[in-house]
Write a protein that binds this ligand. Structure first.
Ligand code: SF4
Ligand code: SF4
Length: 194
């Protein structure tokens, strides 16, 4: 069978080749039997409990997230419970979603700044973790194991400094970096050769 399509200027010829049909294909018997076999196999496996169940009764049952799961952000504390963040702006610079807003203020000691405003729009966040990677002083983490809560208004998804610090704990990292860390690293064996 030949069909001719004519457009404004060009002409194309398409030759339609009929598919070889079989009775099996017409009736779809093979596919139906295969599908039923899979269903019955799972049915009997579940009845006999040969395999452990792979599903859980969510939300009544919840699995624990692995340690490296990225959840809601938190701002870490110093020993005196003040914020560890020094408003260096590394995290908003690294953030590809532009969802971190920081306004810095003086701390009064002449050396450091701190965030007067620290906000993260959790609905814009793509949970990439680059802010955590970029932070030089362990001030921001995503290891809370919490999801963003359901919100009615878009503004409620913006977490401020107080919300972020509520989830924070004291960090054991040395503020400002460990002095003489190069010397210590020299004494640690290279993990590749252990
Ligand atoms: S996880 Fe990624 S997108 Fe979310 S605030 Fe951090 S850098 Fe931005
Ligand atoms: S990278 Fe760390 S210290 Fe710098 S602004 Fe972000 S949270 Fe604060």
């Amino acid at each position: 069978m030949e069909t001719t399509f004519r457009k404004r200027t060009s002409k194309a010829t398409v030759k339609v080749v009929p598919r070889p049909e079989t009775l099996n294909k017409e009736l779809m018997l093979g596919g139906i039997i295969q599908g039923l076999a899979v269903t019955m196999r799972h049915f009997f496996q579940n009845v006999a409990r040969e395999k452990p169940e792979v599903t859980i009764n969510y939300p009544e049952e919840r699995l624990k997230y692995p340690l490296r799961n990225r959840g809601l952000h938190r701002l870490m504390h110093r020993e005196d419970d003040s914020v560890r963040c020094v408003a260096c702006m590394c995290c908003p610079t690294a953030c590809p979603a532009h969802c971190i807003t920081i306004v810095a203020e003086e701390t009064g000691n002449g050396n450091e700044k701190r965030p007067a405003i620290f906000e993260i729009d959790e609905l814009r966040c793509i949970v990439c973790g680059l802010c955590v990677e970029a932070c030089p002083c362990d001030a921001i983490r995503m290891d809370t194991g919490e999801h963003m809560h359901v919100v009615d208004r878009r503004d409620d998804a913006i977490l401020g400094k107080v919300d972020l610090m509520k989830r924070g704990i004291s960090s054991t990292a040395v503020q400002g970096g460990e002095p003489n860390w190069q010397e210590r690293v020299k004494t640690v064996p290279d993990p590749r050769f252990r």
